[in-house]
Design a protein around this ligand. Structure first.
Ligand SMILES: NC(=O)c1ccc[n+]([C@@H]2O[C@H](COP(=O)([O-])OP(=O)(O)OC[C@H]3O[C@@H](n4cnc5c(N)ncnc54)[C@H](O)[C@@H]3O)[C@@H](O)[C@H]2O)c1
Length: 377
């Protein structure tokens, strides 16, 4: 019998953006097997997609409630062990809650929920169930991001004094100026996305980077968001000043109307002894800055990198790995937790990271609506 972890998938169908990333990621380290799913709420598309990609159709269920009922009726040795929730935002909370309450481990897409209150309910449910829960802030899976985290933790750039995270995309520009197109996008619909588009969708990744890398909590934010049109109810651009403390400050700059930009996440962190710069579109190069040495470029897979980073590469240096591998590293961390093997806390984002993300989204919107004022996180 296969020792692979039995994985279920909710959402992430053939029509989705993120489904393929999770499916490939789950295969990369040969440690998961997709054994059941509800890929799509439309049955023909759901079953058709399962047939196309070769998932056993006996465990393709018509909807989420049937998924839970049928899986719970199976002996625990046959039951799905972990479920990836890859649906639009508003479904994360009800689905993750029911999964946790029925004892499933969960890999949930970000943002964790649509409100901070929902996130707290999930957190409490998880404390009771004591199952494994990961939130897929994908960028934490990159070897060079992990290297940055360990270098900062080891004091290699000294005390942090300035953090600048930019996440610019342009994909909403051709949509936002045409009212009839806006309603075709769930990310611009508050019932499906929550109270924010840009900050909720990508600002939350930037915020996670700002806390994951520095190991510091952001204490307050001041946000200036842009909605462009009065009849557009969710932000599509925003600049957020962040304060970790009186002496540690920074900025998160996000946009989905940065015309022509693709997936431009850029991280710059400066300490008393040096700086680190990394960008998602060139993820295999980490710039290490100092005052008295020439610029150094670190690359993945070399023995000079830390264990957390080296363990996130599969091939010798010079074989570029990317976003699929980053997500696979998160899946690898989760598999260790499920199999009760030792793992580094940097290997996958936890429930608390998702909860912090929800607080960030809510407080950014509050800061903006209250007149661009500082609010505590
Ligand atoms: N981690 C990342 O970097 C990253 C990147 C993109 C998207 N996401 C997140 O992933 C989630 C999905 O985003 P997307 O862009 O793939 O959305 P999408 O609209 O492209 O796909 C959503 C999928 O969910 C399915 N679905 C909808 N309702 C369902 C239901 N009731 N039951 C089962 N399936 C259902 C749809 O059929 C579709 O296949 C969002 O929460 C988003 O924020 C994360």
């Amino acid at each position: 019998m296969s020792s692979k972890i039995k994985l279920g998938i909710i959402g992430g169908g053939g029509d989705s953006l993120i489904g393929v990333l999770h499916r490939i990621a789950s295969f990369i380290n040969d440690n998961y097997e997709i054994v059941g799913a509800v890929f799509n709420p439309v049955w023909e598309e759901n079953i058709g997609f399962a047939e196309k990609i070769g998932v056993n159709t006996n465990r393709i269920y018509p909807d989420f409630d049937t998924f839970i009922a049928k899986e719970m009726a199976l002996p625990s040795s046959e039951r799905i062990e972990v479920v990836s929730v890859l649906t639009p935002n508003f479904l994360h909370f009800p689905m993750a809650k029911k999964l946790i309450e029925n004892g499933f481990n969960v890999i949930c897409e970000k943002p964790l929920t649509t409100t901070f209150d929902e996130a707290i309910i999930l957190q409490k449910a998880l404390e009771k169930a004591k199952t494994i829960f990961a939130v897929t802030y994908t960028y934490t899976g990159y070897p060079m991001v992990r290297q940055m985290r360990e270098m900062i933790k080891n004091g290699e750039i000294g005390d942090i004094q300035k953090v600048d995270i930019q996440y610019y995309q342009g994909w909403i520009n051709p949509i936002i100026h045409k009212k009839e197109l806006r309603s075709t996008i769930w990310r611009l619909d508050p019932k499906k996305a929550g109270i924010s588009c840009c900050i909720g969708d990508i600002g939350t990744h930037a915020f996670n980077m700002a806390e994951y890398l520095t190991g510091l909590e952001i204490k307050s934010v001041l946000a200036d968001l842009n909605y462009l049109y009065e009849d557009n109810s969710l932000d599509i651009d925003g600049t957020v000043l962040i304060r970790y403390s009186e002496n540690v400050k920074g900025v998160i700059r996000t946009s989905q109307i940065a015309t022509g930009e693709e997936n431009g996440l850029q991280v710059k962190i400066y300490g008393t002894k040096g700086g680190l710069k990394w960008e998602q579109e060139n993820p295999n190069f980490l710039a290490v800055l100092s005052e008295d040495k020439p610029l150094q470029i670190y690359k993945p897979g070399h023995a000079y990198n830390c264990e957390l980073s080296v363990n996130g590469t599969k091939l010798p240096p010079g074989h570029p790995e990317g976003i699929f591998d980053a997500m696979a590293n998160i899946y690898l961390g989760v598999s260790k937790a499920i199999r009760k093997q030792p793992y580094n806390l940097g290997e996958f984002p936890l429930m608390n990271d998702g909860v912090r993300g929800m607080k960030f989204i809510e407080q950014c919107v509050k800061s903006h609506k209250d007149g661009n004022v500082w609010v505590a996180l």
